[in-house]
Design a protein around this ligand. Sequence first.
Ligand SMILES: [Zn+2]
Length: 338
Amino acid sequence: MKYLAFLTIAVLMNACNATKTNNKDSGDVSEKYASTITAKDLKKHLYIYAGDEMEGRMTGSKGQKMAAEYIRNFYQDQGIPSPIEELNYYQPVPASYFKRVKDAKDSENVVAFIEGSEFPDEVIVLSAHLDHVGIDDDGNVFNGADDDGSGTVALLEMAEAFKQAVKDGKGPKRSILFLHVTGEELGLYGSAYYSENPIFPLANTVVNLNTDMIGRIDPDKEATPNYIYLIGSDKLSQELHDVSEAVAAKYSSDLELDYTYNDDNDPNRFYYRSDHYNFAKNNIPVIFYFNGVHADYHKISDTPDKIEYELMEKRTRLIFHTAWEIANREGRITADKL
Ligand SMILES: [Zn+2]
């Protein structure tokens, strides 16, 4: 008897699911494109991006230029355009801008753009820093696989997913700017430069989702590794926080959103320590996605073999779903806490 009852329910549930898929196609579109973001692809990019050839990606160095080229070539190959001009994906950041940096060299942010189909003037900025800290005195490369190779390749994979949606005629309603900033390790220079020289007016910039270190596990979280720290989501916009929570509950229920470092009194002050802050200080709502620090943080041992690719896939998909919802929801997210 029990078994039969269960069968009946199972059949009914299947029928419901079928109706859902047919009638409410839009409900699963986000899932469809998120599934193109895979551990395998993230790993493939990261082994190159955080390889020794990139020489630690110190701002203005030959290795950093190679890293910028890798990013640019990716967008070009994907057919994702630049918002500046055709085939020019670089926003130059001159050496003179790096105040307090000895022997600074010219550098560049790398940008790519997907125009929204309904509200093209409203822009969501997805950011990650492309630079790292170079080579030590003994010639050892700081690979920066987690910091911030992980965020960089996550952005590439998210861009590919959005582009696939565009190809299928299901592109985002609002525009997406993929912003790879330079000079983060030297003092958040690239994002500061962008905020002072924005390609799209800051008044039209809806939200910044910043990804800096999402490939590792904080030693405090070893027993519960399916987590991601979120910082800043409720500082300027309750609406953003609520949307972020709802998206996570719907699509990423196996990931715990941990707000430990969102506490205003947290001594680490991470809210001020990555590129999203240059948006937040201009009253643009932000979320900073972060795995916390670990033994290899800013060491030559931050290498791609130590990255948790399956976990990184989950985290990247969460960020993608959040961006998708913000880009496609009816109303623009506002800084309702100002
Ligand atoms: Zn760093």
